[in-house]
Design a protein around this ligand. Structure first.
Ligand code: NAP
Length: 460
């Protein structure tokens, strides 16, 4: 079965869906193209009515949307509610600001007048991951629909109900048919969509492997793409860090969303003089987590998204240990139904160990002890990824100086408060290219058209 909704809390199959037929897919693309021809000419105010309505519906039905993702991919219910609320905020943010973000920009040539105007480019194809089943969709939908583009979206195989719910949200908000279309399609069909001349851009959030495949296909077709890929963010603890403030963020940074966040804190790089104290307190805090039904408010650790994700993570931990890493805690599945993994800490990870370079997408801490700030920076930068990272110190200026030397798309000092509609999100290196959110996200798929006017004498 192509798309399967399985509750990772107990392994029960909830629903399954077949791939669309070729004829259904063709109808969806044709409808999107037709829709674009009218949507592109609507005013910002007209588009904002629909996008604001979608935001309001999300805000009005937080529990319904949240429950669906909790049963489909195991997100703890309070985190799910937060995601739904934030997704609504993102839609409302773009409804409010799109017109000013895309306003014509006056230029000052030596002769005549000139400006750059932003116009929509067409139907965009989005490929999205399961870890934030609504937020990922809101990031592209808010910006791109307000910019005048329309979307066809392939969501992840394990969250078909959330994918369908989001499509329904836009329909209920009054979006014309073809504005936002969910595609239940295979990889082969996805390749065909990228090749289709009606598609004018491709946005993917997902793994490096998916990014390579989809970006290559878009490249062959000379289509603009944005790639939001994985990460292995450093959490750098300096010798003067306030551990009372740092430890709760370390736990949240690694364990939020079951540890399945691209910009989660994954490599904990701690100065030697504070390392023992940090590690002891971090371990105690992780041991205190209570695994359980993610629908239960008292649960502090939910399952991983799927059984396959758990099996892969356990294999990665085994490979790390075989490669010489030490297991300070955890490393096994939790003895209960569902796809639960013990919070895990790996230490003594040397270069050459697969764990040194790979992304752990779940509750696994990679712990490194370093002698100096320079060593911390070198280790943080010795990564194929470049998504985010954080620095912890009581000297904010020192933290900012250090942040300036880390090669990533985002850095945080004394917080890892990633999520804000206003703040651009994205990475470099294998973490991808392009940005979503903020004033930058809406610029990715618009035509920046130069218009120069005024009678200028022809050269003779
Ligand atoms: P994934 O396997 O790459 O899946 C992501 C999406 O890509 C899914 O819809 C998947 O479809 C699709 N896909 C995969 N290969 C494809 C192909 N060859 N052609 C067309 N579609 C393809 O990623 P994941 O493991 O589910 O998600 C976790 C990854 O996403 C992590 O690496 C994480 O760091 C990254 N992520 C990045 C960000 C960011 O903003 N930078 C945000 C969230 C997650 P199926 O589900 O049907 O396979």
């Amino acid at each position: 079965m192509a798309y399967q909704s399985v509750n990772p809390n107990d392994g029960k199959l909830l629903k399954s869906f077949e791939h669309m037929s070729a004829a259904q897919l063709e109808r969806a693309l044709a409808q999107a193209q037709t829709c674009f021809e009218t949507w592109r000419h609507k005013s910002y105010a007209e588009r904002a009515v629909i996008v604001n309505k979608a935001a309001a519906l999300l805000h009005a039905h937080i529990d319904d949307f949240a429950r669906l993702e909790t049963v489909e991919m195991g997100k703890r219910i309070d985190e799910a509610r937060g995601e739904v609320r934030f997704s609504g905020d993102i839609l409302a943010y773009y409804a409010k600001h799109a017109e000013s973000f895309l306003a014509p920009v006056k230029l000052h040539p030596k002769t005549g007048k000139a400006h750059v105007e932003s116009s929509p480019t067409g139907v965009l194809f989005c490929v999205e991951p399961w870890n934030f089943p609504y937020y990922q969709l809101a990031r592209v939908a808010g910006a791109q629909l307000m910019a005048g583009n329309v979307l066809v979206v392939k969501h992840a195989g394990c969250v078909p109900q959330c994918a369908i719910a989001f499509e329904g949200l836009l329909r209920d908000a009054g979006a014309p048919a073809g504005t936002y279309t969910n595609l239940l399609i295979s990889y082969e069909q996805s390749d065909g969509v990228i090749d289709d001349p009606r598609i004018k851009g491709v946005a993917l959030t997902g793994s490096v492997a998916a990014g390579r495949s989809v970006a290559a296909r878009a490249g062959q077709n000379l289509k603009k793409s944005t790639m939001e890929l994985g990460g292995s963010d450093a959490f750098i603890v300096l010798d003067d860090a306030d551990l009372d403030k740092t430890i709760p963020w370390a736990v949240w940074g690694r364990m939020y969303n079951g540890g399945q966040t691209c910009c989660a804190a994954k490599r904990f790089i701690v100065l030697d003089s504070i390392a023992d104290r940090f590690l002891a307190r971090f371990k105690t805090a992780l041991e205190a987590l209570k695994p359980g039904d993610p629908m239960d408010e008292k649960t502090t650790q939910g399952p991983l998204s799927t059984e396959a994700a758990l099996v892969q993570l356990l294999a990665q931990v085994d490979a790390a240990v075989k490669g010489g890493a030490k297991l300070l805690m955890g490393g096994k599945r939790i003895a209960r139904p569902g796809s639960f993994m013990q919070p895990t800490i790996l230490t003594d990870i040397q270069p050459g160990n697969p764990a040194f370079r790979d992304e752990f997408f779940g509750p696994v801490v990679s712990f490194y002890r370093v002698k100096s700030e320079d060593e911390a920076i070198a280790l943080a930068n010795d990564s194929d990824f470049g998504l985010g990272g954080s620095v912890w110190t009581q000297d904010e200026a020192r933290g900012q100086r250090l942040a300036g030397r880390i090669d990533t798309g985002m850095m945080f000092v004394n917080n890892i408060d990633w999520a804000d509609a206003e703040l651009p999100f994205g990475g470099i290196k294998n973490s991808g290219y392009g940005r979503e959110l903020g004033h930058m996200g809406i610029q990715e798929f618009v035509n920046k058209k130069l218009v120069r006017s005024g009678h200028i004498a022809a050269p003779v």
